[in-house]
Design a protein around this ligand. Structure first.
Ligand code: AMP
Length: 283
């Protein structure tokens, strides 16, 4: 594939396009192979009229610009983009196991070693983003992809901004992962992502996020008070990590290097071996 220095201009004719990998709100994602290098990628196809209709051109430009410059083993690479008269094509790293949302739907919840390993990889990716002054702001299972060798790849930088920010965020999907300060449209910073990691770890182990309620207003109320309960079977070490991340005050949330170095994360993630087919736990 082209490097930054030799960035080449692609067109659809440079790719053999294969099966659909999934559908998003504004287009579809296909498995594809660059003809010259035989390099396998995921090709995201977005319709220009949809982007215009929803006023998403600026957001997409920012997403591409930010993701293109991020280089980390747990961040999905964006190799480039091109367009024709009706569509925009984004050339992405291929993540063979799809998104964590689908994995969770299928498997209900994850064992501790897998949950700890995923959280550790995500915290590492986000620590790298934060050092580059980028906050992701939309950490949720749909935006985490998994490769065939079980590596987490953080994707979808559509809501990301430079920290600190007072940019409003119109939440279209679930509210479950959003921190209290963003919910109330207050100025927020990196700690917004730390909160979401706490929500994710809870969900990985329990199968449902901590503030989930039937009605959105009830979810909002609970997030604003950080009101949640631990299920009796949640490991004590995991409860400690979650409790230190789900703090109303952003500055009190556990810093990401401390998440990575937390004894429960270190011990449990060391037991996990991701595999080609089925992920296994070391005896
Ligand atoms: P999106 O439009 O980004 O929401 O993607 C829709 C679906 O396509 C996701 O839920 C994934 O199942 C799949 N998908 C997106 N990007 C990739 C990728 N880079 N590798 C593999 N599957 C992907």
């Amino acid at each position: 594939m082209a490097t930054e220095k030799t960035a080449r201009v692609w067109a659809l004719k440079d790719f053999d396009v294969g099966r659909s990998l999934g559908r998003g709100k504004f287009g579809s994602v296909f498995l594809a192979r660059e003809r010259e290098s035989k390099f396998v990628v995921a090709l995201k196809v977005l319709f220009k009229n949809q982007l215009e209709k929803h006023n998403l051109e600026t957001q997409l430009r920012r997403e591409i610009e930010i993701q293109y410059h991020l280089r980390h083993p747990n961040i999905l690479r964006l190799f480039g983009y091109f367009h024709d008269s009706t569509r925009v094509y984004i050339v992405l790293e291929y993540a063979g196991r799809g998104c964590v949302y689908d994995l969770l739907k299928k498997e209900k919840k994850f064992e501790s070693p897998r949950a700890a390993s995923y959280v550790k990889q995500l915290a590492d990716a986000l620590h790298y983003c934060h050092q580059k002054r980028v906050i992701h702001r939309d950490i949720k299972p749909e935006n985490l992809l998994v490769t065939m060798d079980d590596k987490i790849k953080l994707a979808d930088f559509g809501w990301s901004v430079h920290s600190p920010s007072s940019r409003r965020s119109t939440v279209c999907g679930t509210l479950d992962y959003i921190c209290p300060e963003m919910l109330e449209n207050r100025v927020h910073n990196y700690a917004a992502d730390n909160w979401s990691i706490g929500v994710l770890l809870y969900e990985f182990l329990h199968g449902e996020p901590p503030f989930m309620m039937e009605g959105q207003m009830d979810t909002i109320e609970r997030i604003r008070k950080a009101a949640y309960e631990f299920p009796p079977d949640m490991p004590k070490g995991a409860c400690d990590v979650v409790a230190k991340l789900l703090r109303l005050e952003g500055s009190e949330r556990l810093p990401l290097p401390d998440v990575i170095a937390h004894p429960w994360i270190v011990e449990e993630s060391s037991k996990y071996v991701g595999g080609e087919k089925e992920a296994t736990v070391k005896e």
